[in-house]
Design a protein around this ligand. Structure first.
Ligand code: HEC
Length: 362
């Protein structure tokens, strides 16, 4: 019985070999062989991009550069290889391989391409979850942000704050950040405007688990009394704000959290406070460009003076504006739902630009 099946199978096999030629029946190629066959003519044996194809007019990526190698997600690069550069807003000189290579071969190739980066410790962009409005994220970024914040305060005050934020990666795991706020404050009596308290921060990734899609980081933010406290702009004291940050994805759900202590130097001018933030996001797809609904919860309580606790809820949306998602918009409303309300409501919006990934408008 077995022999009969085997015989028929072998016979069919040899017919197929004759029909398809020997390539179809050779053992599946491993990463180096696949790369040498399909990619090296443009990307170079060494991954640095030394094209034999001299008709190429766009610069090729350097796969040995760990920063750029780790800053594209697995789904984005799978997409580029499967559907070609044009599909992801890159040049159509990067051909599509979806017809030639199986998904398994593309996975093998991608692992090989990632290994051109020879340094340890670079967190993969698969862990770069969509940034919530108020919870800081653990992943380090090269990012510029324009944030707009509106607070409808108690006793009819209104406060608009525009913040320019600049973030830059330092090495494999670090990032520094500068925040420059400008505030316009309106009360019944008068309107004041001017720079608020600027802040400088450093963040460091502590651990990453790419398979489990989880990471943790620690950050320290220092707030400088650059605003004019007498005019209601800024707290008028230095403050130290250490944070512990984490992110984890469970299928389509992403949970990001931040535990932050706010420690002003002059405790008569600002409250010592703990802030606990959790943001839950639902990823509608694996692509950075897609719409992501988020819900943030924040609990704050004072560590000194009169006890005050507040629970804030922030429903919001994150939307990629370019097809690779390197320009995105966040918008949401923060509402106090329990405790001593610090304000009626707050609207936050931010335009986020990952400046190394591409231009703002192209
Ligand atoms: C005919 C030349 C050519 C071949 C063959 C080729 N590529 Fe490319 N590839 C390009 C060019 C050109 C770009 C840059 C496109 C751009 O930046 O606009 C590119 C970009 C890429 C990118 C995106 C890099 C980034 O910075 O986001 C990846 C990933 C990639 N190629 C992988 C591969 C793999 C894997 C193979 C083999 C299966 C391959 N390429 C074969 C020309 C080629």
């Amino acid at each position: 019985m077995m022999g009969k099946h085997l015989g028929r199978g072998l016979c069919l096999g040899s017919v197929l070999i004759l029909l398809l030629g020997d390539t179809a029946w050779s053992a599946p190629l491993d990463g180096p062989a696949l790369y040498a066959k399909e990619c090296a003519s443009c990307h170079g044996e060494d991954g640095r991009g030394s094209p034999e194809d001299t008709a190429l007019t766009v610069p090729l990526p350097d796969f040995t550069d760990c920063l750029s190698n780790s800053s594209a997600s697995t789904s984005d690069w799978t997409d580029v290889i499967t559907n070609g550069g044009a599909f992801m807003d890159l040049s159509d000189q990067m051909p599509s391989f979806g017809e030639i290579l199986s998904p398994e071969e593309i996975r093998t190739l991608l692992t090989y391409v990632r290994n051109f980066c020879q340094e340890e410790g670079w967190p993969l962009s698969d862990l770069n979850f969509p940034k919530p409005l108020f919870t800081s994220k653990a992943f380090p970024e090269d990012e510029a942000e324009l944030k707009q914040d509106f607070i409808k305060g108690k006793k009819g005050t209104k406060e608009w704050t525009t913040t320019l934020a600049y973030e830059q990666r330092l090495g494999a795991r670090g990032e520094w950040e500068l925040n420059l706020p400008y505030t316009v404050k309106e009360t019944h009596e008068k309107t004041t405007a001017g720079p608020g308290d600027l802040s400088l921060a450093y963040k460091h990734v502590l651990s990453t688990h790419t398979e489990r899609r989880a990471l943790t980081a620690a950050a320290l933010e220092v707030v400088f009394p650059s605003g004019d406290r007498d005019r209601g702009l800024g707290d008028g004291t230095f403050a130290f704000e250490p944070s512990f940050l984490s992110g984890i994805a469970l299928r389509q759900f992403v949970l990001q959290s931040q535990i932050q202590a706010v420690l002003p130097l002059d405790e008569d001018r600002a409250d010592r406070q703990m802030r606990y933030r959790v943001a839950g996001s639902y990823l509608t797809s694996l692509f950075k460009r897609d719409l992501v609904p988020n819900l943030e919860v924040e609990f704050r309580h004072n560590l000194q003076g009169e006890s005050s606790e507040v629970l804030l809820l922030t429903p919001q949306l994150y939307a990629g504006l370019r097809s690779r998602g390197h320009v995105a918009l966040r918008i949401g409303a923060q509402i106090p739902i329990a405790g001593t309300d610090p304000f009626h409501y707050r609207i936050g919006a931010a335009l986020v630009w990952e400046y190394l990934e591409g231009g703002l408008w192209w």
